[in-house]
Ligand binder design. Structure first.
Ligand code: THU
Length: 160
């Protein structure tokens, strides 16, 4: 038997003003996507912005449904839009933020498990890391060098 430990590093920034310019711009694009969310059921508005290798920024917002489980997360809306508009172009980074009129978002917003799996798939396709900028409304911002940090020991197409 052997034991293994999995750890990861992250950078913590006090606010959007403290981020390096490219990450700040991407998070700002995610903030701008917030009002585009269709979230009448949860009132939890999520904005995501994807930075592509060709310099394009594609945004997305969550899109809910009266049949609740059909809700589409902002991250997957943005990633699917990017993959449709620029197939095969590498994703360099994704920024995510959220807003809820009922409750200030004071901690960096963590992507749900399904979005982590989808982001992992895209890292796997291109064999390159995707930086994650996780924003909040009033609190700190986390920057991770790879989405795989949030989904270690992940399932990918190599198993099939
Ligand atoms: N949501 C996202 O858009 N991204 C996440 O990573 C977490 C959850 C959305 C889905 C739903 O519209 C609302 O937030 C509440 O779960």
């Amino acid at each position: 038997m052997r034991k293994e430990t999995v750890t990861f590093d992250l950078s913590v920034y006090q606010s959007i003003d403290h981020l390096p310019e490219d990450f700040g711009n991407l998070l700002f694009a995610a903030i701008e996507a917030l009002p585009k969310a269709y979230a009448p059921y949860s009132t939890f508005y999520v904005g995501a912005a994807v930075l592509l290798q060709n310099g394009k920024v594609i945004t997305g917002a969550n899109f809910e449904n009266a049949s609740y489980p059909l809700a589409l997360c902002a991250e997957r809306v943005a990633l699917a839009a990017a993959a449709s508009q620029f197939p095969g172009v590498r994703v360099k980074a994704i920024a995510v933020t959220a807003k809820n009129p009922k409750k200030a978002i004071a901690k960096p917003i963590p992507p749900c498990g399904a979005c982590r799996q989808v982001i992992s798939e895209i890292e796997h396709i291109h064999k390159r890391n995707i930086r994650m900028i996780l924003g909040s409304e009033t609190g700190e911002i986390y920057v991770l060098d790879s989405a795989s940090y949030l989904l270690p020991f992940s399932f990918d197409g190599d198993f099939l």
